[in-house]
Design a protein around this ligand. Structure first.
Ligand SMILES: [Cu+2]
Length: 318
């Protein structure tokens, strides 16, 4: 087949023009441009690790010394190895240490603020803002469970000093029954299965899907998945932060033996070798899955009760 020279020239000019225009587009648009020329499947995206966003750097500046704090968190309740009767587990935390002004609290105007990430078993974390008020896990299934907590910033980046993490194991007897209403200690009905949506909770808390503790060895390396989680909209949808907590293990570039491996939508595996959050830019709208794992130098999963390999689904709406 012969292609006229003029057509080839036109094609070349068109390609150059396309790449010039692509260069002017925000990063998030580049993914789409690449996808159309490389015939990748619909929805394909090219994610790039970018530096800490300026918006967050500005927030840190405005917070004074808070980001140099060394918070110490303690789970007061449930006590280690406690047995709890009934499906509601009251959580009480004690925050101390060198706080430098760090205080969990939700600003009613912005809906944001410092908070604690509370994780039942290996479910997505729940945010706990007002430590002076009780927080409860509702509808917890019978059996053995773990609770993990660590302080976080308004943009959900965790504090990573040793004392900033605690985990306890406890057991629930006669746990979650979805047909019965959840009540407070005084017997006042807070939420019934039929009225759940309209009821205003009297305290912070969360209804939980059935889950059990992993068979965790608290002395072995433990990776706790924290972010991303849930739904990302508008300016929060790009970049998106990956953040985790690492117990009993040191990553390769911090002088240790471990690596954190992650992949998005089942794609190519990438590594995080220093214990810091990363920000990924270039997300397309829709559902995405994120897998975060703890591996050794050879790339083998370092298992600990199933918690060291976690896959989460998030929704991006740009
Ligand atoms: Cu958070």
């Amino acid at each position: 087949m012969r292609i006229p020279k003029r057509s080839l020239l036109f094609l070349a000019v068109a390609l150059v023009a396309t790449s010039i225009f692509a260069g002017c587009e925000p990063v998030s648009q580049n993914a789409n441009t690449t996808a159309t020329t490389a015939a990748t499947p619909p929805g394909a995206q090219t994610l790039t690790v970018i530096p800490r966003p300026q918006k967050i750097a500005d927030m840190m500046k405005a917070r004074g010394e808070q980001d140099q704090a060394s918070p110490a968190i303690k789970i007061v309740s449930p006590a280690k190895d406690a047995t709890i009767n009934g499906s509601t587990v009251e959580v009480k935390l004690d925050l101390s240490g060198d706080l430098k002004g760090y205080l969990p609290h939700k600003d009613p105007a912005t809906g944001k603020g410092n908070h604690i990430h509370v994780i039942l078993d290996n479910q997505p974390y729940e945010a706990y803002y007002e430590l002076g008020q009780p927080f409860e896990l509702r509808n917890v299934s019978a059996g053995k469970h773990t609770l993990r907590v660590f302080p976080s910033r308004p943009w959900h980046e965790s504090y990573k000093n040793d004392a900033a993490f605690q985990m306890v194991t406890f057991t629930v007897k006669g746990g979650g029954d979805a047909t019965k209403p959840t009540t407070t200690n005084s017997g006042q009905t807070m939420a019934s299965p039929a009225a759940n949506a309209s009821a205003t909770p009297a305290r912070e808390g969360k209804d939980y899907a059935p889950s059990q503790a992993g068979n965790i060895d608290p002395a072995k390396p433990l990776l706790t998945y924290s972010r991303p989680k849930g739904e990302y909209k508008g300016e929060d949808a790009d970049p998106i932060m990956i953040d985790f907590w690492l117990l009993n293990g040191t990553l390769q570039s911090n002088g240790g033996d471990y690596r954190v491996r992650y992949s998005v939508d089942g794609g190519e595996a990438r590594f995080i070798d220093t214990w810091n959050p990363i920000w990924l830019s270039g997300w397309t709208s829709g559902k995405h899955s994120i897998k975060v794992e703890l591996v050794d130098k050879s790339g083998n999963l370092v298992d600990n009760g199933g918690y060291n390999s976690t896959t989460r689904e998030i929704t991006v709406a740009k």
